[in-house]
Design a protein around this ligand. Structure first.
Ligand code: FES
Length: 169
C-alpha cells in the first residue's frame, strides 16, 4: 500500500497541467511579437523621417505680378526674390531672368541692357551676352494673364528671347 502511495505522489509532483505551460508560452510569444512589431514600427518611422528630403524649394516658379495697367510703358520692374524683371514696352510685356548665366549673380538693368556686378558680364536689352565671361543669353519666361487679369510669370516655361505678350492695357 505504501508502495502505491509513493508511486502516486511521485507521479503527481512531476505532472503539470498542460494548459498552464501552453498559455505561458503563448503569452511570451505574443509579447515578443508585440514588442518586435512596436520596435519595427518605430524603426520604420525613424527611417521615414531620416530619409525624407529636407529641401527648401525657394519661391514658386509661377507667380503673379499684378495688373498690366500697374506697369507704365517703358518700365522695368525687378522681382529680386524670383530673379525676374518684367518689362513693358507699349502694350507688350516680357519677363526676363536677372540671373547671370556665368555664376548666377543677379544682373542689374541698365539703359543699354544688363550688367552683372560680379565679373562684369554685359547683356543687351534682349538679354544676349555681349561681353564678359557669361556664356549664354539671359532666359526669357512665359507671361500670361490669369482669369482675374493679373500678369503671371511662369519660370518653368521658357520662351524665345524677344517674345512679348501683347495686351490692350
Ligand atoms: S556671375 Fe555674372 S559675370 Fe560672373
Amino acid at each position: 500500500m505504501s508502495e502505491g502511495n509513493h508511486g502516486n505522489q511521485g507521479k503527481l509532483s512531476k505532472e503539470r497541467p498542460p494548459q498552464e505551460g501552453g498559455s505561458r508560452r503563448r503569452f511570451i510569444g505574443l509579447a515578443t511579437a508585440g514588442a518586435l512589431a512596436v520596435s519595427g514600427g518605430a524603426l520604420g518611422l525613424m527611417a521615414a523621417v531620416f530619409f525624407k528630403p529636407r529641401v527648401t524649394y525657394g519661391p514658386p516658379p509661377k507667380f503673379r505680378v499684378g495688373k498690366p495697367a500697374s506697369f507704365t510703358s517703358g518700365s522695368e520692374i525687378a522681382y529680386q526674390k524670383q530673379a525676374v524683371l518684367v518689362r513693358r514696352e507699349g502694350n507688350r510685356f516680357a519677363a526676363i531672368s536677372t540671373k547671370c548665366t556665368h555664376l548666377g549673380c543677379t544682373v542689374n538693368a541698365t539703359d543699354i541692357g544688363f550688367l552683372c556686378p560680379c565679373h562684369g558680364s554685359t547683356y543687351d536689352r534682349r538679354g544676349s551676352n555681349v561681353s564678359g565671361p557669361a556664356p549664354s543669353p539671359l532666359l526669357w519666361f512665359q507671361l500670361s494673364l490669369a482669369p482675374n487679369g493679373d500678369l503671371v510669370v511662369d519660370k518653368d516655361k521658357k520662351v524665345d528671347p524677344g517674345t512679348y505678350l501683347e495686351i490692350q492695357a
